[in-house]
Unconditional design. Structure first.
Length: 429
């Protein structure tokens, strides 16, 4: 086995959300297959020469968060050159299979970069030694798979591909079990054979009982589940952030979350890199301000479109989970799309000239209260009426420069437009 590019890495799995806590979430529930005898029925990582590295089986966690399935824990081995997936989409009652090459050099660079500042480093800790430590497979409908590299405070999208619907060979459930003590494929395939009628699907039966209006819209065709929305949300645009504060200077540092579920901090050692980078549509911005008069350091957090209050109050830095066809996110996304109608997922690797960059501007008064938010490109200026300030919180110096204290007021300002969330798909209470 090749001994270069050896690091300690884990593997995570996440499943796309179709609803947002409508009692129980309807997710793109998947079951990863594992077969010791029939390697093509596994979800596995390989080297370029076909050397097997590890297989995953089980299911995942929430979209954008991920969990480690069996076989996914961290251990030291070469990074993979390709991934093969075989899984059952339990909502669609459809098996998918696909194979895709991975940008191994890019993954290696991310997992071995130890000189970056990051916002979750406590004073005197060594947490900055590992910015990224896992490969995550994010599953969306119609066989769409997005691959991320993840860490404590960051998620970086590295590639995506579409798996193909398959019908597993019925011979695989005849005679001996696939492997001793392993009947994952047997159980799921038998379930699949018995439930070709999607109305008998357990996931959809629960959705029907708890969200009858949403289920009715799905059955009538008014609400359809497609992979195209996820491809759209992966689109990256040329934009940069600008913040003005009455009477104070902004040092340019910020943390952002994005519609494609990426999240990362742009700190003072990364300004040049991110000023030239294409970025997905942001969903949330956090920045920090040093009050020259008092010496106090303050964190401010701005959400760029309405969302249910309970969803806005998520724990930690990663609080928003994009869910399928969120109408508030769609409304905000159109601002970027209107400025760059020719951009799509297919253009993400096409850089833009410096003159093409738009500016997302957030203006605060002297008390650090948001006054306005808008997107500007040349003479075009689009007011972001859905933006609001979620918090204004002192930093806890015992936890470093970027960790805020708890217990301070939230929802400092309110959106100027109504929340478009559909009660059929979102618990708005």
């Amino acid at each position: 086995m090749r001994d270069d590019r050896v690091v300690e890495w884990g593997a995570h799995v996440s499943e796309a959300d179709y609803t947002l806590y409508k009692q129980d979430n309807l997710t793109n529930s998947v079951s990863l297959q594992k077969s010791d005898k029939i390697r093509s029925y596994s979800t596995s990582f390989y080297l370029a020469d076909g050397t097997w590295l590890r297989s995953l089986h089980g299911s995942g966690d929430f979209w954008g968060y991920g969990s480690a399935p069996l076989g996914g824990n961290e251990f030291e081995q070469p990074l993979p050159d390709k991934v093969q997936v075989t899984y059952l989409d339990k909502v669609a009652n459809q098996y998918y299979q696909g194979e895709h090459l991975l940008p191994t050099a890019k993954i290696y660079a991310l997992m071995t970069s130890t000189n970056r500042k990051q916002i979750d480093s406590n004073p005197g800790s060594d947490s900055a030694d590992k910015n990224y430590y896992a490969i995550e497979l994010g599953f969306a409908p119609k066989g769409w798979v997005i691959v991320f590299v993840t860490g404590w405070s960051g998620r970086k999208e590295i590639t995506s591909f579409q798996a193909t619907p398959i019908e597993p060979d019925s011979a695989t459930i005849e005679g001996e079990k696939i492997s001793s003590g392993d009947d994952y494929l047997l159980i799921d395939y038998e379930y699949y054979l018995k439930n070709k009628d999607v109305s008998k699907n357990d996931n959809l039966a629960a959705f029907k009982n708890k969200s009858p209006k949403g289920y009715e819209q799905w059955q009538s065709g008014e609400w359809t589940i497609s992979s195209e929305w996820y491809k759209q949300m992966q689109t990256k645009y040329p934009w940069n952030l600008s913040i003005t504060i009455d009477g104070q200077e902004w040092n340019g540092e910020y943390y952002a979350e994005f519609a494609n579920t990426e999240r990362f901090a742009v700190l003072d050692d990364q300004f040049d890199k991110y000023s030239k980078a294409l970025k997905a549509v942001p969903t949330k911005i956090i920045t920090w301000v040093d009050n020259k008069g008092t010496g106090e350091r303050i964190e401010v957090e701005v959400h760029l479109f309405p969302r249910p209050q309970w969803a806005a109050q998520g724990i930690g830095k990663a609080s928003y989970r994009p869910y399928y066809q969120d109408p508030n996110l769609n409304y905000f996304f159109k601002y970027f799309d209107s400025l760059y109608p020719k951009r799509s997922l297919a253009t993400n690797e096409q850089p833009a000239n410096a003159n093409d960059f738009a500016t997302l501007k957030l203006d605060f008064d002297k008390d650090l209260v948001l006054e306005s938010a808008y997107l500007q490109k040349g003479n075009q200026e689009i007011s972001i009426e859905g933006a609001y300030q979620f918090s204004r919180t002192p930093i806890d110096p015992t936890q470093g420069q970027y960790v805020a204290k708890t217990g301070y007021p939230q929802f400092i300002t309110a959106p100027k437009i109504k929340n478009l969330s559909d009660p059929a798909f979102v618990n708005i209470n």
